[in-house]
Design a protein around this ligand. Structure first.
Ligand code: VGL
Ligand code: ZN
Length: 215
């Protein structure tokens, strides 16, 4: 028998948005293939708490290659003393590519955490912005919301496995959550990162499981 999911566990759906799917502005490899599985998982209604993050950038965001004349997407530039990857413009606020994916029934969702809306700072993790001009990484409301609900364990899925899911998992572990990744319901920007991402999850103590293993 599979153990039931704790009522203190939350499902976090990371950036399940059309711009991260084939045909979108910043497509993940096979990104669309996770959509039916996520919809089915939500329909099973096995999580007491369900949160989505939404990448939500203003036009001209600092992470867009187009904001840096002479630069190309996927170039890396120094920013606040750290390397910033430049991306094609994506998930621009109020555009169709930034919506929570329209093929998913989101009625089970408790809250949405928007991130990346500061024009000067990128935000991969659902918990905290990337490095910014103030030295520390400002928090999103996610940790406070989870604590209010009494959550101590998180299951992550969504996009991208090698970027926002990875950074969210890293912060979740650091903040003390028992953390799992639903590997089959994530896809990467770059599939050649899969092995190193898997090793990083293992080394962080993140449980890597398939959605089929959930009771
Ligand atoms: C993401 C790159 C830039 C993600 C968001 O959701 O993984 N990746 N913005
Ligand atoms: Zn982004």
């Amino acid at each position: 028998m599979k153990p039931p999911i704790s009522s203190r566990a939350a499902l976090i759906l990371v950036d399940v948005q059309p711009d991260f799917m084939p045909g979108g502005a910043l497509a993940c490899h096979e990104g669309d293939t996770i959509v039916p599985g996520i919809d089915q998982l939500l329909k099973r209604d096995i999580f007491r708490h369900v949160v989505a993050t939404q990448d939500w950038h203003p036009p001209g965001h600092v992470s867009f290659a187009t904001s840096h004349p002479g630069r190309e997407p996927f170039d890396r530039i120094p920013l606040y003393g750290h390397a910033q990857t430049l991306w094609p413009p994506h998930c621009v606020q109020h555009t169709p590519g930034a919506e929570l994916h329209p093929s998913i029934d989101w009625s089970h969702l408790d809250t949405v955490i928007r991130k990346g809306d500061d024009p000067r700072v990128d935000s991969y993790s659902g918990f905290r912005e990337n490095h910014g001009p103030h030295g520390k990484r400002p928090s999103t409301p996610l940790h406070g919301w989870l604590r209010e609900q009494g959550v101590d364990e998180v299951y992550l899925c969504g996009l991208a496995r090698d970027v926002c899911v990875l950074w969210t998992a890293q912060d979740a572990v650091e903040l003390g959550y028992r953390t799992h990744v639903l590997w089959d319901l994530t896809r990467p920007v770059s599939p050649d990162t899969d092995l190193s991402t898997r090793v990083r999850f293992d080394n962080m103590g993140v449980g890597v499981v398939d959605s089929s293993e959930l009771a």
